[in-house]
Structure formats: C-alpha cells, structure tokens
Design a protein around this ligand. Structure first.
Ligand code: 5GP
Ligand code: ZN
Length: 112
C-alpha cells in the first residue's frame, strides 16, 4: 500500500467509493470523470505502479474476472473497450495499475 495513492485509499476504505464488484485480487468502481456512458475502473488491491511492474505480483486472470462480471451484469455483450494507460506517454495520471472499461458509445469511438 502507498499512503499517497488515491486507489490505495479506495481499497483500504479511507476514501469512500461504491464498490461495484470485488474479488480477492481487485475491485471495480465507476470512474469519477466518465469518458463514455459506462466507464469503470478495475483496480488490483496490491499496489503496483503499472502493467510493466505487475509481473507475478498481480493475478491478471483473476483481475480480468471482474471484467467478465461487469460485462454480464451491465449487459455489455455488444462490446466495449479496455484501456491500460501506462507511463507519461500513455497519459497515465494515477500511478496504481488500473484497467479502464469503456462502453455505451456504440460505433462512435475514435480509432485506435
Ligand atoms: P489514468 O489517466 O491514470 O489512466 O486514469 C485515472 C482515472 O482515475 C481517470 O479516468 C480519473 O477520472 C480516475 N480517478 C481519479 N481519481 C479518482 C477518484 O477519486 N475516484 C474515482 N472513482 N476515479 C478517479
Ligand atoms: Zn496504490
């Protein structure tokens, strides 16, 4: 845990945020500043800065089970985007690994 990390504060309960789903590896919450009609963040409970540092520290299969749960529960079978911004050039602003799940824009996505 990193005392200065906003997502660690969510995970420890020091910052109250509704948890949509949770398993032993991570949590799923709504993004505070949604970039799509549905915008979730899937966040591992263990603090690592980004995907390059996750190595064997994070069970990514278990983390992605939360994606499947969201898809089922939020009825996202028509499709969605998963984004893992990494580092300065990737536009990462919170230095705790997280996966964006964006949905509900139909075909009006920018390319890439
Ligand atoms: P990044 O730019 O690092 O890929 O994404 C960080 C995301 O975290 C942003 O989309 C931002 O809106 C979201 N975020 C930052 N602070 C909070 C917060 O306190 N609560 C929630 N739910 N999302 C946050
Ligand atoms: Zn953290």
């Amino acid at each position: 845990m990193d005392d200065n990390c906003i997502f660690c504060k969510v995970i420890t309960g020091n910052l109250k945020v509704p948890i949509i789903h949770e398993n032993e590896t991570g949590i799923a919450i709504n993004d505070i500043n949604p970039m799509a009609p549905q915008h979730f963040l899937i966040i591992p409970k263990f603090h690592v800065a980004n995907i390059l540092e996750s190595g064997s520290l994070i069970n990514l299969n278990k983390l992605f089970e939360l994606v499947n749960l969201l898809v089922t529960e939020q009825e996202l079978h028509n499709g969605f985007r998963l984004v893992v911004n990494t580092g300065d050039d990737g536009g990462q602003t919170v230095q705790h690994l997280h996966v964006h799940l964006l949905a509900g824009r139909n075909l009006k996505w920018p390319p890439g």
